[in-house]
Design a protein around this ligand. Structure first.
Ligand code: NAI
Ligand code: MG
Length: 487
């Protein structure tokens, strides 16, 4: 058995309790490793290590911290294949379409932020010859980071790289469902960084995660995951007025205008819905608003396209789409499909309940499923399913579709499809979302701030702005340049 340890103070350690948790390959329903079950004592040890490392780390020049991140990027690139296999095994994400691109994107994030050390600069206010007023960007201290399982290594990189570049130290908790790639990332970081700068724990949310959220010496919390847990993180932080960054859920609209009834748009919708990640993505365009003039014809093409995706073993290079992360999520997704099948007005266009026999019954595989004639009021159209279940909603005029798109407590991403750029941009400006894409449905871009509005979160990631706003605090220094001459 592959018994993994976690990283505290530069040492690979078991949980203080000696307890462990099993990690499963959801494509085969087999246990592939065990990880330590960290609890509050382990969190205390990690915070202590991060606290003592901070005094030194903050004094390393920003460019030199950046250089270490660049070194990590190079080392990560060298283990891309091992990382890709690890991610595919533990998450069920297909190696060709997801796991390998995630491994490469994670190295890229270290390279991106590694180059930004020199940008951690303050400002000077033009006053007069008698006074100098300037600001400094200082690190916050020990950052607590909690990440989910859907893109585990990339989401870890997005917290570690900017926080460390800015001079903070970190205690990061990996998701219990996908800790192995993050531990491999930790191993690579540990080869480069001073002990205690990055501590990586494995454990359960209610135990290890909550202990991080509540720890008085953690000065900043950065969380990615469900809106429900995000609220508990914010509540815990409010007790000590700690700043939080939250990247939470979504129920993002994809709005198709009648002039966009074309094959490239069909491909774009498949991509925006993140079907090849089993739609386990916060940015999934999971509410498809199709204009009534093209509704049936477009859905027919979309159904043919999704049915052609090859679902199966995540480690097989031919696979387009892998497995759902675990039994709990699989059961939840099935519940939504059952719900749709039972609705008298819902029309099942493609997909449906998972196979109960044959190779796809050996893992948590869910077919891409589309329900048409959906109402924006249905549970299926309001809640984040986090599985490959798309609802298609008919619309007539622009004002109506914008109203429906915005009728959601989420506001993460949106997609607008039209050859009429004026119309598309008008819509993009009206939609309540942190990120709108026009005529494409690609993934996040380093350098472009990314994050949600409404209950999809606070704060931004992926950019220089995000590093400055989320991981530094500004100090103003005001100096009298005109003190009287000594007596
Ligand atoms: P979750 O939000 O419970 O888990 C995310 C992370 O938070 C994990 O590391 C977990 O251990 C930790 N956590 C859980 N409870 C905690 C607590 N009380 N205090 C501190 N940390 C805690 O997400 P879960 O249960 O894996 O998935 C449930 C739903 O959440 C999904 O169906 C999906 O709708 C949403 N989700 C959204 C994600 C996104 O990127 N927007 C990612 C993962 C889940
Ligand atoms: Mg949970």
């Amino acid at each position: 058995m592959n018994n993994q340890k976690m990283l505290i103070a530069g040492r690979w350690t078991e949980a203080a309790s000696g307890e462990s948790i099993e990690v499963e390959n959801p494509g085969r329903k087999t246990v592939v490793a065990t990880i330590p079950r960290a609890q509050s004592e382990d969190v205390n040890n990690a915070v202590k290590a991060a606290g003592s490392a901070f005094d030194q780390w903050r004094k390393v020049s920003a460019r030199d911290r950046g250089k270490m991140l660049l070194e990590i990027a190079v080392k990560l690139e060298a283990v891309t294949e091992q990382m890709a296999e690890t991610i595919a095994t533990e998450t069920g994400n297909a190696i060709r379409t997801q796991a390998r691109p995630e491994a490469a994107a994670s190295a890229d994030i270290f390279r991106f932020f590694g180059g930004l050390g020199g940008e951690l600069k303050g400002e000077e206010i033009p006053l007069n010859n008698n006074m100098l007023s300037y600001s400094r960007r200082e690190p916050i201290g020990v950052v607590g980071a909690i990440i989910p399982w859907n893109a585990p290594v990339l989401l870890a990189a997005l917290k570690i790289a900017p926080a460390l570049c800015a001079g903070n130290t970190m205690v990061l908790k990996a998701a219990e469902d996908a800790p192995l790639g993050v531990l491999l990332l930790a191993k690579v970081c540990d080869e480069v960084l001073p002990a205690g700068v990055l501590n990586v724990l494995t454990g359960l949310g209610e135990e290890c995660g909550a202990a991080i959220a509540e720890h008085p010496e953690i000065r900043k919390l950065s969380f990615t995951g469900s809106t429900q847990v995000g609220k508990s993180i914010m509540r815990a932080a409010s007790d000590r007025i700690a700043p939080v960054s939250l990247e939470l859920g979504g129920k993002s609209p994809s709005i198709v205008f009648p002039d966009a009834n074309e094959d490239w748009v069909v491909d774009g919708i498949v991509s925006a819905m993140r079907f090849t990640r089993q739609s386990q993505s916060c940015t999934a365009g999971s509410r498809l608003f199709l204009h009534e003039n093209i509704f049936d014809e477009f859905l027919e093409k979309l159904a043919a396209k999704t049915a052609s995706l090859k679902m199966g073993d995540p480690l097989d290079e031919a696979t387009d789409m892998g497995a759902i992360i675990n039994k709990k999520q699989f059961t939840k997704v099935c519940g939504y499909i059952e719900d749709g099948l039972a609705l008298p007005d819902a029309k099942l266009v493609t997909g449906g309940m998972p196979d109960t026999e044959g190779p796809l019954s050996e893992g948590y595989f869910s077919h891409p499923t589309i329900f048409a004639e959906a109402s924006n009021e249905w549970r299926l159209a309001r809640e984040e399913i986090f599985g490959p279940v798309l609802v298609a909603i008919r619309w007539k005029d622009e004002a109506e579709v914008i109203r429906m798109a915005n009728d959601s407590h989420y506001g993460l991403a949106a997609f607008v499809w039209s050859r009429d750029i004026g119309q598309a941009l008008r819509t993009a400006h009206e939609v309540e979302a942190g990120w709108v894409q026009v005529n494409q449905g690609i993934g996040q871009i380093p350098g472009q701030s990314y994050g949600g509005v409404k209950q999809s979160g606070v704060g931004r990631e992926y950019s220089l702005e995000s590093m400055l706003e989320s991981f530094t605090q500004k100090k103003s220094v005001t100096v009298n340049l005109n003190i009287p001459a000594p007596d």
